[in-house]
Design a binder for this molecule. Structure first.
Ligand code: AMP
Length: 126
């Protein structure tokens, strides 16, 4: 499977500093920033700095160091925002959309961390 990465996507532009973002946390391999259209009181996007299109691309081709850094950053975001049940928070949902059926709008892998209110069941029938 060959992935094609379009470096004109909006998160690539954020990573290059071409458009602003509200950074929550930055590490060597990972950036976490506030979603521009938050769906809940906490809505943070966590992205790898590397050029990966979606989850499968990331976990298949990223280095162990990138994957560990990304995963630990997610945990740190849950701690910093107060939603992590392990640190006394009321919980969160981690979502990644991929492809057409997943309605992925931005073609750079990202994990949504959403919380701060009851989120209901995972999917609605449509
Ligand atoms: P997805 O459908 O999973 O690709 O979601 C893309 C997300 O990126 C949406 O929740 C948008 O609100 C968010 N988004 C788009 N542009 C920006 C931006 N410039 N800064 C922060 N979040 C953005």
């Amino acid at each position: 499977m060959a992935y094609t990465y379009d470096d004109q996507n909006v998160f690539a532009k954020i990573l290059r500093g071409e458009i602003p973002n509200k950074t929550v946390l930055e590490t060597g391999h990972t950036l976490a920033f506030e979603d521009i259209q938050p769906q809940a009181p906490v809505h943070v996007l966590v992205i790898p700095k590397g050029a990966y299109v979606d989850y499968a691309h990331f976990v298949t081709e990223a280095s162990d160091a990138e994957i560990v850094d990304f995963s630990r950053t997610v945990a740190e975001i849950c701690r910093l925002t107060g939603v992590g049940p392990g640190i006394g928070g009321k919980g969160f949902r981690a979502i990644t959309n991929a492809g057409e059926d997943g309605v992925q709008e931005v073609q750079h892998y990202h994990l949504h961390i959403i919380g701060g209110r009851p989120l209901g069941r995972m999917l609605q029938r449509s």
